[in-house]
Design a protein around this ligand. Sequence first.
Ligand SMILES: NC(=O)c1ccc[n+]([C@@H]2O[C@H](COP(=O)([O-])OP(=O)(O)OC[C@H]3O[C@@H](n4cnc5c(N)ncnc54)[C@H](OP(=O)(O)O)[C@@H]3O)[C@@H](O)[C@H]2O)c1
Length: 301
Amino acid sequence: MKILITGSNGLLGQKLLHKLRKDSSVQLIASSKGENRVSSKDGYTYFDLDITDNDAIAKLISIEKPQVVINTAAMTNVDLCEDERKTCDALNVDAVRYLADSCAKIDAHLIQISTDFIFDGQDGPYSEKDIPNPLSYYGLSKLKSEELLQAHIVKWTVLRTIIVFGVGEKLSKGNIVLWAKEALQQGDRLNIIDDQFRAPTLAEDLADICILAAKKKAFGIFNASGKDIMSIYEIVERIAKHYGNSTDHLNKISTETLKQKAERPRKTGFILDKSINELGYKPHSFEECLTIIDQQLKTID
Ligand SMILES: NC(=O)c1ccc[n+]([C@@H]2O[C@H](COP(=O)([O-])OP(=O)(O)OC[C@H]3O[C@@H](n4cnc5c(N)ncnc54)[C@H](OP(=O)(O)O)[C@@H]3O)[C@@H](O)[C@H]2O)c1
């Protein structure tokens, strides 16, 4: 099977790249905007591909003819999306349409990553059938990408995920686990919100469900998060306990005090039964995820 990944310099993109480049049943094409920042260069071909460039997408897909395209590229900074709506639409909506158009022409299957931020957080955890009501422009843009696929002739999968974390190489942004681990080790005083609830997702788990969906060419929407739903405070508290750090410097605060640009849903989390039963998804517990991260950090050091 020939698979094209977009956004391969990103966290999910890197995890997919590392899993698929060693898979002898897969011919892998990786792409991201700019040069390849992943140091392992074997087992795949890399292309500089800006997914907001429709012509470049059409050219690459028509020449390479992948059977599956996994779109991991996106504008993921929720507050920036609120301010820069045109850029957000270009990357999170228009680009998905370009990919869908090009995939449809060669009968390729498109896998798109969506988010819990399509929901308002009033009654999480959510199933795939619950009604979205985004509070932020980022959430709205991701919902628009889902809706355009539902109305498109392309074959598609939408995988909805929540707070993705993990270890990567030269990433352009951090993630909660690595940030909290370092801040706790330094003994920083941390103000953490305790009125938002999420099910954080190990990037490897998300990569695994992308691959399961790709191999099955699964059709439709699937929840693809971690299985433990916790407040953000509890996430940091469990990281502290895992690493034997004191929690004395942790302060509980409310979302209100943060004055963030974009509104966030209060409680999300996903019901994972469909993904577990239909795709064979096996997410790790949060503590297992932390142990996996420890091992990865040891091999990097
Ligand atoms: N991270 C989360 O907490 C979270 C939560 C819910 C859903 N998701 C979704 O999960 C997916 C993967 O997220 P992630 O955390 O892996 O994101 P990420 O680390 O930000 O990766 C996205 C990658 O896309 C690249 N990119 C940016 N603009 C591009 C363009 N115009 N053309 C091609 N590539 C471009 C970025 O390049 P640079 O590295 O050079 O900037 C980055 O490497 C996204 O769809 C995101 O919306 C993420």
